[in-house]
Design a protein around this ligand. Sequence first.
Ligand SMILES: NC(=O)c1ccc[n+]([C@@H]2O[C@H](COP(=O)([O-])OP(=O)(O)OC[C@H]3O[C@@H](n4cnc5c(N)ncnc54)[C@H](OP(=O)(O)O)[C@@H]3O)[C@@H](O)[C@H]2O)c1
Length: 314
Amino acid sequence: MRAIAVSEYGATPAPMNLPRPEPGPGEILVKMIAAGLNPLDWKVADGMLKDSVDASFPLILGQDGAGVVDAVGEDVTRLRHGEQVYGTFAMPERGLGAFAEYALARDDGPVARMPEGMIYTQAAAVPTASVAALAMVEEARVDAGQTVLVVGATGGVGQGVVQLAAREGAKVIATARDDMAGTMRRLGADETVDHSEGDLNAQVLAVHNDGIDAVIDTVGDTPETEVIAQLLRPGGTYVSSVWSVNPDAMEAMGLRGINFDTDPSAELLDRLSDLIDAGDFQVRAEREIPLEDAPGALADNRAGGARGKTVIRI
Ligand SMILES: NC(=O)c1ccc[n+]([C@@H]2O[C@H](COP(=O)([O-])OP(=O)(O)OC[C@H]3O[C@@H](n4cnc5c(N)ncnc54)[C@H](OP(=O)(O)O)[C@@H]3O)[C@@H](O)[C@H]2O)c1
């Protein structure tokens, strides 16, 4: 089968012909129709997670995807042959991932039936980023009446955070360059601040001079985080998806600091499916590319400035 893989950590991702996997007990084989690209994919290829993730090579890249259940192993009880599913498919210890014609998933793993009426290329853009958004908003304990700054709001995770925090009734301030400000407002942001136009804190304080309640950040490094945290009122919360928070330092400032680590599950995907089916959550696939172009798209995402989600047609 065709797949995009690396021969070792740090190698350039490339198209390869690799054996089609067979589902073992408790596993499903999915014929992939679309895959979604995340920063995690190039981080895995670069070996940035090698101390925490076991991998075998060649390693097929890709977490997210959507497709049709093609075969089921023994003891599979939840998902059935022919069902449309979406979720996260990476099994790095077996060299398997979503950027391939076929992928495996565990029947009790982070794969769920696709939202009704959603096409494969949209569904593939959902899992990693939107599951993270849902869980980060919950960890931040975002509540009605609070003011929340979303840093990285225009990215895959950030667009989900903006929608879900607004849905909780919070006042949402989204970082966005000028050309994305309208999109952020349509997704539920009350205000935008432009991170390319000078001091972020000054822009926020100009409107909220008594501070804000929470920051959900998918971008900042630790020095930036320490500066942005000065916006928080006592008792405020800072959640980072890039592990930029020093929780002890935050506690000493009377704040709650959380480094978020995703734990995707079928339950979280089902909750997203319900929101999507109800018209309460949307994911925008900005760019659709063929499988062969995935190496270039990974390089673009690593270089930054890749707006919204890139989806791969398989
Ligand atoms: N810990 C976890 O479990 C977990 C889970 C999911 C994701 N993540 C991580 O979270 C990060 C974001 O993921 P993603 O999928 O949302 O990435 P993405 O889609 O590539 O989005 C990144 C966004 O950040 C914006 N940005 C860049 N610099 C900025 C700045 N200084 N201030 C404000 N916004 C800025 C970019 O907009 P412009 O181009 O306009 O600047 C872009 O829209 C990645 O590092 C990913 O690996 C972690």
